[in-house]
Design a protein around this ligand. Structure first.
Ligand SMILES: Cc1cc2nc3c(=O)[nH]c(=O)nc-3n(C[C@H](O)[C@H](O)[C@H](O)COP(=O)(O)OP(=O)(O)OC[C@H]3O[C@@H](n4cnc5c(N)ncnc54)[C@H](O)[C@@H]3O)c2cc1C
Length: 428
């Protein structure tokens, strides 16, 4: 049996970053034929598609300094909106009520005032997402945007999940900011994603490719199938065994535990309580300029099967032939639908925004699924994840990245996880 100091499972951003930061010997095993994981790009007929929107938000200066020299990028200012009431409402909804029709605006504002009054009276921070929304935004904003949009995104009722996922991702304006948003545009840039970085060519996949080149050889098309944590060996799907001292895994947590032969029953049991959404999405190449130059648009309307439409080429023109648009469409998790029906709804929205888009204008149509997309922070989440993580800690196996840690996290978080895992090994 081959003996290795460190094995890294997965050449997504978490695995690549581990290898980039690690000073000692390591081997990277990747199931797919190419590196990058979710941060990959495919091109068809001149249209470029990432795995839905993948925009980089860098907040850690050391990661930025380490990563940026590898691939030239430019900074793009977000142009996003919500499409509701047959018009655009600036994102985030709760900070931009000015764009909402009069009757609904008054109701949203009254709800926000009532919520403020309840908070001032000392009502404690609630433990369920739906109640969190009511607590911070009030009934109007909940009804007009937060509840319908999040039900489509998560596929469960708002109170079936906790607000733990949203601390960094959902802007929470205070009452003054909500009132200001009824009269001005001052909060148009609110939120963590007001601007983003993106490679100058090649889509987000160029970023992963550059990282992969920097870290050296990766064993592609190599799937890890079995692991023995106690005896410290793994077996690949083609039957090769390797012994390891350290293991850093970025495969999805339930799959990792499934592979570990000597995982205790209590841990296997905990895995059955983990939940995530599997997002269906479309890649569309449209032979026209559409979506009014916007980078992405939120669709809270429950009648529409899509919850978000985004355009790569509106943000980065090289992602489509001149005069055309590459789009991604993320589809609701709270219902069943036929792809062609969902597409018809999308074309109606695009046509309402203008110009008219027919089925004949769609030059590329791909329907895809992300198996593990959004980890669901339901009420079993914390205990179940805690049991699994405690066990992994006891084995010394590091499970990192968005799906390894089983969290709602960004590409930069995956890079930071890799840096941390490498530091732990190098310090050992
Ligand atoms: C719909 C959607 C939109 C997103 N948009 C953004 C965004 O705009 N900005 C942002 O910063 N982040 C975004 N993200 C998050 C981002 O994609 C992730 O945080 C990041 O790419 C995770 O990297 P990772 O390495 O942890 O996981 P992954 O990319 O999943 O990499 C894991 C790797 O492990 C490999 N693997 C799995 N099992 C095995 C096995 N048995 N053997 C060998 N290899 C295996 C996989 O093939 C994969 O390459 C988005 C995510 C989703 C789902």
């Amino acid at each position: 049996m081959e003996r290795l100091e460190t094995i890294i499972i997965g050449a997504g951003l978490a695995g690549l970053s581990t290898a980039l930061h690690l000073r000692s010997e390591r081997r990277i095993l990747e199931r797919s034929a190419a590196p990058g994981g979710l941060a990959t790009t495919l091109f068809e007929k001149g249209y470029g598609f990432d795995v839905t929107g993948h925009w980089l938000h860098m907040r850690d200066p050391d990661i930025k300094a380490r990563i940026e020299p590898l691939v030239p990028m430019h900074e793009v200012e977000r142009k996003s909106s919500i499409y509701a009431y047959d018009r655009f409402v600036a994102y985030p909804f709760q900070s931009n009520l000015k764009d909402v029709p009069y009757k609904e605006r008054v109701e949203c504002l009254m709800g926000a005032v009532e919520a403020h009054t309840r908070r001032v009276a000392g009502i404690p921070e609630p433990g369920a997402f739906g109640d969190f929304v009511l607590h911070h935004f009030g009934e109007g904003i909940a009804r007009e945007f937060m509840f319908p949009y999040n039900t489509k995104l998560w596929g469960v009722a708002p109170n079936d999940i906790s607000p733990a996922w949203c601390q960094r991702f959902v802007p929470v304006p205070d009452l003054r900011q909500i009132v200001e948003g009824c009269f001005t545009d001052v909060h148009h840039k609110a939120g963590y994603n007001a601007s983003f970085s993106y490679p100058l060519k090649g889509g987000i996949g160029a970023f992963s490719t550059a990282l992969a080149e920097a870290v050296g050889p990766i064993e592609l098309s190599t799937e890890v199938a079995r692991i023995h944590a106690g005896e410290r060996w793994l077996e690949t799907a083609d039957g090769r065994r390797m012994a390891f001292r350290n293991m850093v895994s970025s495969m999805a947590l339930p799959v990792l535990i499934d592979c570990i032969e000597d995982a205790p029953d209590e841990v296997r049991q905990a895995v059955t309580r983990l939940a995530c959404t599997s997002v269906r999405y479309f890649n569309l190449g449209v032979g026209k300029k559409v979506l009014d130059g916007l980078h992405w648009v939120y669709l809270p309307d429950p009648k529409l099967d899509a919850y978000r439409i985004g355009s790569f080429s509106n943000a980065v023109p090289y992602m489509a032939p001149p005069g055309c648009t590459s789009l991604y469409v993320e589809l609701a998790n709270d219902r069943e639908f036929e792809d062609e029906d969902a597409l018809a709804g999308v074309l109606d929205v695009l046509s309402a925004i203008g110009p008219e888009v027919t089925r004949q204008d769609v030059e590329v149509f791909q329907a895809k699924t992300i198996e593990h997309a959004y980890v669901i922070y339901d009420h079993a989440y914390e205990t179940a994840r805690g049991t699994i993580m405690k066990y992994l800690e006891s084995t010394g196996i590091m499970s990192i990245g968005r799906y390894g840690k089983w969290v709602y996290a960004s590409m930069e978080d995956a890079l930071m996880d890799g840096r941390e895992a490498a530091a732990r090994i190098d310090e050992d």
